[in-house]
Design a protein around this ligand. Structure first.
Ligand code: ZN
Length: 281
């Protein structure tokens, strides 16, 4: 499943081909993805210029000249590929099944942007730009990692009195936006905090360790071009490679890179947690 760094990688891949360009054709191949497409979806996109391609949590948000925002979520298996124009060299779409090409946009300079999503957990919606803060799927979101609103002081304030294990709290999108299973496991390992520890015991010195490493793992992953655990490819069709640098994620039974202790896996709220029982307390 694409996490925040992968979505940011996709944004950075798509921005140069979308921003300032006019959408000259829209091919919508089915009525719905995870949700139905908005009414008159293709008509509302066609002829619009993309002013800016932003991101909030795992949502891409393209501001259109019509005053609407095209919100795009990749779900589990969604991906964009770009072809034509200057990017002809990136045509290789290894293993991409055309049957799952659900939306195809063409821009006025000849780029084709294709949204492919075999499992269709992704979606696209349109929302007025002037009330985007009220977009329902984002309204309860916590601060972004790497943003000014996210800090050790924020964790102190938010986690005090919370009984859930810290692993669950960090996956809660109202606590911090866009942080998924992989990067929560990695951040807790770097901060030497047990995933089982109660959130209420984090404020203070542990929060002071945790906030910077959350920013660090996210920044490094964005830098590395996002990871590609399953069938994810960045906008240009290139695969990311951050998974080679995981310390604990998906490494049950292997040695902890810091102390050599065997990495364990446990299931918390239905998700696998990977951790070092020796380093993480
Ligand atoms: Zn260890």
């Amino acid at each position: 499943m694409p996490e925040l760094p992968e979505v940011e990688t996709v944004r950075r891949g798509l921005a140069p081909v979308l921003e300032g360009r006019r959408i000259v054709s829209v091919k919508q191949n089915r009525p719905d993805l995870r949700f139905p497409f908005p009414e008159n979806f293709a008509k509302r996109l066609k002829g619009q210029t993309v002013i800016r391609l932003g991101r909030r949590a795992k949502f891409l948000a393209a501001e259109l000249s019509s005053g609407e925002v095209l919100v795009m979520h990749l779900g589990m298996t969604g991906r964009f590929t770009v072809s034509g124009g200057q990017l002809a060299a990136f045509h290789h779409q290894t293993g991409t099944d055309r049957v799952h090409d659900h939306v195809v946009l063409t821009t006025d300079d000849g780029h084709t942007i294709t949204y492919n999503d075999p499992r269709r957990f992704g979606f696209m919606e349109l929302w007025p730009a002037q009330s985007f803060e009220a977009y329902p799927r984002l309204i309860a979101m916590g601060p972004e990692p790497l943003s000014n609103r996210f800090s050790a002081a924020y964790l102190d304030e938010t986690l005090k009195g919370k009984k859930a294990p810290i692993k669950a709290a960090l996956l809660d999108q109202s606590v911090i936006a866009g942080l998924g299973n992989i990067y929560v496991c990695e951040a807790l390992w770097r901060a030497k905090i047990s995933p089982k520890r109660l959130s209420a015991s984090i404020p203070g010195k542990r929060a002071a360790r945790l906030a910077p490493v959350i920013n660090e793992v996210i920044a490094e992953a964005i830098e590395a071009g996002g990871s590609s655990i399953s069938d994810f490819a960045s906008a240009s069709g290139e695969l990311g490679y951050f998974q080679h640098r995981f310390a604990v994620y998906d490494r049950e039974g292997e040695a902890c890179p810091a102390c050599g202790t065997t990495i364990r896996r446990l299931v918390q709220s239905g998700r696998s947690t990977f951790y070092c029982p020796d380093c993480q307390r």
